[in-house]
Design a binder for this molecule. Structure first.
Ligand SMILES: [Fe+2]
Length: 262
């Protein structure tokens, strides 16, 4: 039932999408989005279910740099790699999301995967083999934030589901670095509070966002107010059977052994 309703909805959306424009936006701007990807009739029950599951999400607060790697003592203290900030959020893993949940229906829909592949894919795209990260849900409560950073993965697929009352803005500086030029001084100036070139992503709840964060510095600003910000993330890889590293599993999900698969 949910499957058929979503399939019909996506088929309708897909017929109005020009993939070439999406590809261009994704490559030039580092981001593209499909409005109303999860229709409103699914949103309210989904959010209610995710709020019920929220107490089992794993909370972690960590300090680190924008490169998600150790600081480098051989570099000056004000080098971009040595500027530290905090990330705090709670995460629900794939194995904690019930079978039949609309997020699982969407993730296992082959037309959705094919569409994403057509926008980002230089080669075939696979669903994660990871029982944690295949789909994960990030909750951000009052005072939580996601510090400025670069992603280690090629791209991220996410759907904002609920906004916080205040704050929680997704900010980014598109392609601030490249493979050839790390641009450490510009990166450091953003980390130190300069606002040059910062854009704020304007997305509504239910939109599908394709974002490449490998060379685009990005963050989520501090959350204010009682309502948690909730975002679903879908994991895709160019490699079959991709697993998150043990380190990532520990810091993001608080464990390395999955619960019984749902
Ligand atoms: Fe990121």
């Amino acid at each position: 039932m949910v499957n058929n309703l979503f399939e019909d909805h996506f088929h309708q959306l897909r017929s109005n999408i020009n993939t070439e424009i999406f590809k261009k936006n994704f490559n030039d701007e580092g981001v593209c989005l499909i409005k109303n990807f999860i229709p409103s009739i699914f949103l309210e029950p989904l959010i209610n279910q995710l709020l019920e599951l929220k107490s089992s999400a794993y909370f972690n607060k960590l300090e680190g740099n924008a490169y998600l790697e150790d600081v480098d003592d051989s570099l000056p203290f004000d080098h971009a790699k040595n500027i530290i900030d905090t990330t705090s959020l709670s995460v629900l893993a794939y194995d904690q999301i019930p079978k039949g949940n609309i997020l699982k229906v969407i993730y296992h829909n082959q037309e959705v995967t094919k569409f994403i592949e057509s926008v980002v894919g230089k080669k075939s795209l696979y669903l994660y083999g990871c029982p944690f990260g295949a789909i994960n849900v990030a909750y951000m409560d009052k005072d939580d934030s996601l510090r400025w950073h670069f992603d280690q993965s090629d791209f991220v697929v996410s759907v904002p589901l609920q906004d916080s009352e205040y704050g929680g803005d997704f900010e980014y500086v598109a392609n601030i670095r490249s493979c050839e030029n790390q641009n450490y001084s510009e990166v450091a100036s953003i980390l130190n509070g300069k606002r040059n070139g910062i854009k704020s992503l304007s997305a509504s709840c239910g939109d599908l966002i394709l974002f490449q964060g490998k060379n685009t510095l990005h963050r989520v600003t501090t959350i204010y107010g009682k309502r948690p910000r909730i975002v679903a993330l879908f994991g895709y890889s160019y490699d079959k059977g991709y697993q998150s590293s043990s380190y990532l599993k520990k810091i993001r999900y608080g464990r390395t052994k999955p619960y019984q698969q749902q």
